[in-house]
Ligand binder design. Structure first.
Ligand code: HEC
Length: 158
């Protein structure tokens, strides 16, 4: 019995595919721009955007990641790789800002340095308030560290 439960748990953890609704939601939240459609098509087949949105890499490092994904089964020709790498490097490059109104938890946490609790508070606040217009609006999020908000204001975009 224990063994069966273990196998079921294992099967569950391997089933990483997103539902069509998840894909649509995550696609909508990705920054607009050249290459986005390809990223949606090629990079959401096996996992969500959280796998890459929390990272800030150079074009070379993004290229390495994309080839790593091709090794894992992603299918893309050379032109598609070029377009996907350009999109990732532009939106999740070394100097890319965080779109605070649409960023997922992992990006708020890894790039802006919020704790999990603070990042969750931002997501919860976003649900029933109008979009943030500037960094000071984040000070209204319950439980958020104001010093951290101000220290990271230049990394935020609205
Ligand atoms: C065929 C399935 C598949 C596709 C398609 C795919 N990935 Fe992945 N990806 C994986 C697997 C498997 C892992 C590692 C296990 C996990 O964490 O889910 C992973 C992990 C990652 C990671 C985190 C690990 C690391 O090395 O930093 C990033 C970043 C990533 N993928 C980016 C992408 C991008 C960008 C694309 C689109 C070009 C993409 N993936 C398409 C299967 C895939």
């Amino acid at each position: 019995m224990t063994r069966v439960l273990f196998l079921l748990a294992l099967a569950g953890s391997l089933a990483v595919e997103l539902t069509a609704d998840d894909v649509a939601g995550e696609a909508k939240a990705l920054p607009a721009g050249a290459g986005k459609e390809l990223v949606v098509k090629l990079c959401l087949e096996c996992h969500g955007t959280g796998h890459f949105r929390g990272q800030r890499l150079s074009p070379d490092d993004w290229s390495d990641k994309v080839y790593d994904m091709i090794d894992r089964g992603a299918k893309a020709n050379d032109d598609e790789v070029t377009a996907v790498v350009a999109y990732l490097a532009k939106n999740f490059g070394k100097d890319s800002k965080v779109l605070v109104n649409t960023a997922p938890l992992v990006e708020l946490k890894s790039v802006l340095g919020f704790t999990v609790a603070e990042s969750e508070a931002v997501l919860a606040y976003r649900k029933d308030h109008p979009a943030f217009q500037e960094w000071r609006d984040l000070l209204k999020v319950p439980g958020i560290d104001p010093g951290k908000v101000e220290a990271n204001k230049d990394l935020m975009a609205f």
